[in-house]
Design a protein around this ligand. Structure first.
Ligand code: FES
Length: 157
């Protein structure tokens, strides 16, 4: 598979760079764009981001490595995040995470063999008022329950 941005995507990269006084500050949205396109940030994808950002590979790798939202290995089509930080823990987040592990048969930062799901135990996602919360890709579900999680996963199989 090609790991080169299309001309249209390069226009989007240029537009992102133009939003910041220092173009290199666009590295995070450009890494996010790359992850959306290729699913995860392989060495070749990080090289492509370094090329279009005109930054050293090591710099881009450093940013990608620091933030857990950037995948450094292939993950599932549906990435399930369960928060177990304090507010969520106090409202059943840990039980919800245990339920998700058992239901999917995988653990933290693992993907199912068919590539449909991956699972991540996460720290606070900023939705404490709706604890416990889960996210599937970029959609948040607050006041989540085990049966709701089952329905959400079953609907995606
Ligand atoms: S503690 Fe779970 S969203 Fe804040």
């Amino acid at each position: 598979m090609s790991t080169t941005f299309t001309p249209e995507e390069l226009s989007s990269v240029a537009a992102l760079k133009a939003k910041y006084p220092e173009p290199k500050a666009a590295i995070m949205p450009v890494l996010w764009m790359a992850q959306k396109k290729w699913g995860w940030l392989s060495e070749d994808v990080i090289k492509e981001v370094a090329r279009v950002m005109d930054l050293p590979y090591a710099h881009v790798l450093g940013v990608a490595s620091f933030y857990t939202m950037y995948f450094k290995k292939p993950m599932g089509k549906h990435h399930v995040q369960v928060c177990t930080n304090v507010s969520c823990m106090l409202r059943g987040g840990e039980q919800l995470y245990k339920h998700a592990k058992e239901k999917l048969g995988i653990g933290h930062n693992q993907a199912t063999a068919d590539g449909v799901f991956s699972l991540e135990e996460v720290e606070c996602m900023g939705a404490c008022g709706g604890a416990p919360m889960i996210a599937i890709n970029e959609t948040f579900y607050e006041n989540a329950t085990a049966s709701q999680l089952d329905s959400l996963l079953d609907a995606r199989r």
